[in-house]
Design a protein around this ligand. Structure first.
Ligand code: HPA
Ligand SMILES: [Zn+2]
Length: 331
């Protein structure tokens, strides 16, 4: 990819990014060293070699082990700085960043440490990187609805630092509807709502995210193509999908990128965005995802600009900020 490549240069928003999934092996080893932790990997190359996943669960094992090195405020600040620097180099101008509070509080890291560390980076992100940001706290669905509710109680005093809540981690066997009470409380607190659904889980989970949780966006949502009525509904209501093509290949939700349902989503009129998910683990940041769909699926530069425009339209930015970015995209 040349530095002038539209895949990298087109201004874009990233709407599906787990900050813990932006932990590069080099920083993981650096955090381990300064926190006196021994990682169960010989070195950076050894860790990278393990990035060979058979499904979502096999990835989540490494993802939760890796993030165990994040202990201090500084670790979270460095992690966020590292993401913003790389994202900016791939054209990201606005990022709505997921974090997993329970993945840290359950191993003894205080919520305040996580939030203070993230905030220290985000507070000056616009000046340093030219990237505006929002934060979305995700509940781990495999920890169940009671744990999500207790986490929401902990988050509530910090609600002004958040734009929304989401739902992630192991999907199959953990349907969204169990989380309706905590999503209702988040809505009452003025927060926006998103949920992973239809990554590995069935179309029924996407229906539940829409009809029971009342989400503003669906994260992944690719299995909606298995249900024509669902696809029509998503297109009709212009519910944005935050699609993560390289992630879908790495977690074997699709065999190869050229078999990805992205063209079908676009042809059906779905408001589709492109995102990196866990860029350190899945072989690329968001510009790499733009590049890959052009290479493997034949989307041209005009289509890439439309994905970028969709990312702005699907963001939680206000109308004025959206218009400013949209004008930059259309030139
Ligand atoms: O791709 C994902 N799916 C579900 N949960 C996650 N948490 C980090 N990445 C993912
Ligand atoms: Zn995700």
């Amino acid at each position: 990819m040349s530095p002038e490549d539209t895949a990298l240069t087109v201004p874009k928003a990233e709407l599906h990014l787990h900050i813990e999934g932006a932990l590069e092996p080099e920083l993981a080893f650096e955090c381990a060293r300064r926190n006196g932790i021994t990682l169960p990997y010989a070195d950076v190359a050894d860790l990278r070699r393990r990035y060979d996943f058979s499904d979502l669960q096999s990835f989540l094992g490494l993802y939760y082990t890796g993030m165990d090195v994040l202990r201090t405020r500084q670790d979270f600040t460095d992690l966020t700085d590292s993401y913003l620097d790389r994202a900016r180099k791939q054209g990201v101008r606005h990022a709505e960043i997921f974090f997993d509070p329970q993945a840290h509080t359950t191993r003894g890291v205080a919520l305040e440490t996580v939030l203070d560390g993230l905030e220290a980076s985000l507070a000056t992100s616009e000046q340093r990187f030219g990237v505006t940001t929002r934060l979305i706290a995700c509940f781990l669905r495999d920890h169940g609805p009671d744990s999500a509710m207790a986490t929401f109680d902990e988050l509530l005093p910090h609600a002004h630092k958040l734009t929304g809540v989401g739902l992630d981690s192991a999907e199959a066997g953990f349907p969204p509807d169990a989380f309706a009470p905590v999503f209702d409380r988040a809505r009452e607190a003025g927060l926006r709502l998103v949920a992973h659904a239809g990554e590995e889980g069935p179309p029924e989970y996407v229906w539940q995210a829409l009809d029971v949780l009342g989400v503003d966006r669906v994260d992944h949502g690719i299995r909606a193509v298995e249900d024509t009525a669902l696809l029509r509904r998503i297109a009709r209501d212009q519910v944005p999908l935050t699609v993560c093509p390289l992630s879908n290949v790495r977690l074997r939700c699709v065999d190869t990128l050229d078999e990805h349902c992205l063209p079908r989503l676009v042809d059906t009129g779905v408001l589709t965005t492109l995102n990196s998910d866990d860029p350190s683990y899945f072989g690329g940041y968001v510009g790499d995802n733009f590049h890959a769909v052009r290479q493997e699926l034949g989307f041209d530069d005009a289509a890439l600009r439309e994905f970028a425009a969709n990312s702005v339209r699907a963001s939680f930015l206000g109308a004025g900020e959206q218009d400013r970015l949209l004008r930059e995209i259309t030139g």
